[in-house]
Design a protein around this ligand. Structure first.
Ligand code: HEM
Length: 444
């Protein structure tokens, strides 16, 4: 419950903690929530303040119930769009709505069924790279897997060369890395400009745009039906009957790479590490997987892998890849007895909501049974936001769940996963990333 007088965390306290906040802001957030309650206001200097909240009702209010009164901040739109353009994730207002209506049907469950074999093939191919009996960092494998799954679902049926996809992956990752640096070290921006780093990143993203333009043009000139995401995006029509132009389509493709790649690889890595840390839970996954014939259709397998799904859901509760979101009030609003002025920025911590002791029993324990099918979804859906909430909820949520269920089940069917780690190491950047995910895979 929020109180009208939200406690203030002074700019002085922020400055005093600057170096630890830069390294990992989560403990600072947690201390302040414990001290001040479910919302506090942070002074950022120059008269700017941001409200931090872990009040699940307030999150629902602004993301869903009163979403029209809020928009995304510049950080999530203008800043993020700098290199990857204005696609679904980074656009706002009318433009966003028009694009969401156009793209939504391509992510419908029925439509995804036509992509599922491609997704499974990529997973099987990628896991062949895992050496047996050797300790490796699993994150790069999951990262390649997640990128290839999105790229091949988009244009897997053309003769796209492996090196084209690798180049697109390299550029997407390089652009994201530059952006993280610029956002985290704004005082060094002059140097990024002078040293040519920014220019270089723009040159790289232009190269990606050129590659995508060639792929799109080839496809437009082909009369074959491919049934992949690109086909769906090329044929989808706006209300006035027109189709998306190349530039907008390129923005959307780059956004799908960004939105669907890192989040999924983080979640897959966290799940694998948690299963290695909890062998008895891993054995339960293995039991479920080994009792299901490997030659069933992927969609039928997915329906059977309920416990595997619970493990992924629980991993995303403890380590939500999108660990926060924000909104800016575009008009005055009230939530309970809290008055929010137009222009107020609110940062909602999904990480904290997912570990709030009022909602979750023994919140830091990895317990997939919290998501047992017998438990009514209503019991947790108001405080479980791995894919956000409301009309801007993740468009790729089903896509991601299918992909992750197939990936984790394939991994556990093939290998026993172990680790010398004692805990999960994290690195909170734009997404919540795993660190030092050193695991050993032994053939079953
Ligand atoms: C585990 C994987 C994923 C997680 C945790 C995740 C999480 C999220 C969250 C929390 C949002 C909402 C952000 C907000 O409201 O501020 C979002 C939006 C979005 N996601 Fe995902 N996502 C995942 C996978 C994917 C995949 C695989 C795709 C596409 C292939 C995708 C595409 C998008 C897009 C386009 C948006 C923007 C939607 C809009 O604003 O209309 N995501 N995602």
């Amino acid at each position: 419950m929020l109180d009208r007088r939200i406690p203030i965390v002074s700019f002085f306290r922020v400055l005093n903690n600057a170096s630890r906040i830069l390294k990992n802001p989560l403990p600072f957030h947690h201390e302040n929530f414990e001290k001040h309650g479910d919302a506090f206001r942070v002074q950022l200097g120059l008269g700017k303040t941001v409200i931090f909240t872990r009040d699940a009702g307030f999150a629902k209010h602004m993301l869903q119930k009163q979403h029209r009164r809020y928009t995304k901040s510049a950080l999530q739109t203008k800043d993020l769009a700098k290199y990857v353009g204005e696609g679904l994730l980074t656009s706002t207002g009318e433009k966003w709505l028009k694009q969401r209506r156009l793209i939504q049907p391509a992510f419908h469950k029925k439509r995804l069924e036509s992509l599922i074999n491609t997704i499974k093939e990529v997973i099987q191919e990628e896991f062949l790279r895992i050496p047996s009996n050797k300790e490796i960092d699993i994150f790069p494998v999951m990262s390649d897997l997640a990128f290839k799954v999105v790229a091949k679902s988009l244009f897997g049926y053309t003769d796209t060369q492996g090196d084209t996809i690798s180049r697109l992956q390299y550029i997407t990752e390089a652009a994201q890395k530059s952006l993280v640096k610029e956002i985290r070290q704004p005082y060094k921006r002059w140097w990024f400009y002078l040293s040519g780093k920014i220019k270089n990143t723009f040159k790289l993203t232009q190269e990606a745009r050129d590659i995508l333009n060639t792929i799109i043009e080839e496809r437009r000139n082909s009369d074959k039906v491919y049934n992949d995401l690109l086909d769906m995006l090329l044929t989808s029509k706006y209300d006035d009957g027109s189709v998306m132009g190349n530039e907008q389509l390129i923005d959307e493709i780059l956004i799908l790479f960004v939105a669907g790649h890192e989040t999924t690889s983080n979640a897959l890595t966290f799940t694998a590490v948690l299963l290695a840390l909890h062998p008895e839970i891993q054995e339960q996954v293995y039991k479920e997987v080994s009792e299901t014939p490997d030659d069933l259709q992927p969609m039928e397998q997915i329906a059977k892998f309920r416990y595997t799904k619970q493990c992924i859901e629980e991993a995303m509760r403890l380590y939500p890849p999108a660990y926060f979101s924000d909104r800016v009030a575009i008009e005055d609003d009230n939530y309970q007895d809290l008055k929010l002025k137009k222009g107020t920025t609110i940062l909602v911590s999904f990480f904290e909501i997912h570990r709030h002791k009022s909602f979750w029993k023994n919140p830091s324990a990895f317990d997939p049974d919290r998501f047992h099918p017998d438990i009514d979804k209503k019991e947790y859906s108001d405080w479980y936001f791995p894919f956000g909430s409301g009309p801007r909820m993740c468009i790729g949520n089903n896509f991601a769940m299918y992909e992750m269920i197939l990936a984790i089940s394939t991994l556990v069917r093939k290998y026993k996963i172990s680790t010398d780690l004692h805990k999960v190491d994290i690195k909170p950047l734009i997404t919540l990333k795993p660190e030092n995910a050193m695991l050993t895979f032994v053939d079953r």
